[in-house]
Design a protein around this ligand. Structure first.
Ligand code: AHR
Length: 328
């Protein structure tokens, strides 16, 4: 059993932004939480606050840690991988019990994860996946992004079932090199590949941000007057793109069919108002599952390597009048 003490205030000084939930004084680290006096310490390295989804995700994690009696050390990396790596290293230095993080991109994590492994600290990937050696982390908790892309394609095939003409699609892509961007692109292409009428005429990065979604769509609209469909990798970019479409004098949801992913309240409201045609859910409410899994791992239980959250599809054909508030 490894025994080390650190002062919480010393830790705060190391981080650019941190919330310590109930952190105090010295503590004991163990790989098996069988001692009721021990408060499990989880270091969570969030990637940033780029979207409403992310803000909802952060809220879920902070609340779930509090409810589970887990001491949370929380950091944000302002969408920069080097910050996220630095924050994970701080958790290792502090000798937290367990680390969870949402990797901004898929590559470049080997060294820091090897350091965590050597320190005996298990790592949970949440929300996004990484490429490479699966031995460097314990499990992944989040959505299946390939399935989300496929669901977007399935909606399109139903929507244009009776149309013979070519359908011109524009895609607003999330952060390049991130697993949701890669897999939502892949799943969507796989789904529409069996019908030649679907043509992706532009695919532009909007970095999952509303402002960049608006900017990218504004430029695309200047170059094309034949767009039938806009497929957005998240709601924030879709809401930005809708503003650009309206500024160009077009009617979103009618002149251009819009499909988006996340299911945040504003997008569901736009769907109800006919300005979006289909929203694929991607739940950010991962907190309870992360806390439960962290406890299981620390109790020495085996957990599944990939723990997927089930997502739904909301379309213009559904009655959404009874849908409870989304909470993000
Ligand atoms: O990784 C999940 C994606 O990241 C969400 O779809 C998006 O809104 C967020 O920024």
């Amino acid at each position: 059993m490894l025994r080390k003490c650190r002062k919480a205030h010393a830790f705060i000084g190391v981080l650019c932004f941190a919330i310590l939930m109930g952190a105090s004084g010295c503590r004991e680290r163990t790989s098996n939480i069988d001692n009721s006096n021990h408060t499990l310490v989880l270091g969570f390295a969030q990637l940033g606050a780029e979207s409403s989804w992310r803000i909802g995700n952060t809220k879920s994690i902070i609340e779930a840690a509090r409810d589970a009696g887990i001491q949370l050390m929380y950091t944000e990396a302002e969408q920069k991988q080097e910050n996220q790596i630095k924050n994970i290293r701080s958790f290792i230095a502090y000798q937290v019990d367990i680390i969870a993080f949402a990797p901004i991109v898929e590559t470049g994590w080997e060294n820091v994860l090897q350091e965590a492994k050597e320190a005996g600290i298990p790592v949970i990937l949440t929300d996004r996946k990484i490429e490479g050696n699966e031995d460097l982390y314990t499990c992944y908790i989040g959505s299946n992004f390939i399935t989300e892309g496929e669901m977007a394609g399935e909606f399109l095939k139903k929507k244009f079932y009776y149309t013979k003409d070519e359908i011109n699609i524009v895609e607003l892509v999330g952060t390049l090199g991130s697993s949701p961007a890669e897999e939502r692109s892949k799943g969507f292409r796989q789904s529409i590949s069996d019908d030649e009428k679907f043509r992706i005429i532009e695919s532009v990065c909007g970095d999952f941000m509303q402002s960049k979604g608006k900017e990218a769509m504004g430029k695309i609209l200047k170059n094309h007057d034949n767009i039938d469909v806009l497929y957005c990798h998240n709601d924030s970019m879709a809401l930005g793109a809708i503003a650009a479409i309206e500024e160009a004098g077009l009617v979103p949801g009618k002149d251009i069919v819009i499909i988006s992913i996340d299911g945040e309240q504003e997008a569901i409201d736009a769907l109800k108002a006919g300005r979006i045609n289909c929203v694929i859910e991607c739940s950010p409410m991962l907190g309870p599952k992360i806390m439960d899994t962290a406890k299981r791992i620390m109790n020495g239980e085996q957990v599944h390597k990939a723990i997927y959250i089930e997502d739904r599809v909301f379309t213009e054909w559904d009655d959404l009048s009874d849908l409870p508030p989304r909470g993000y």
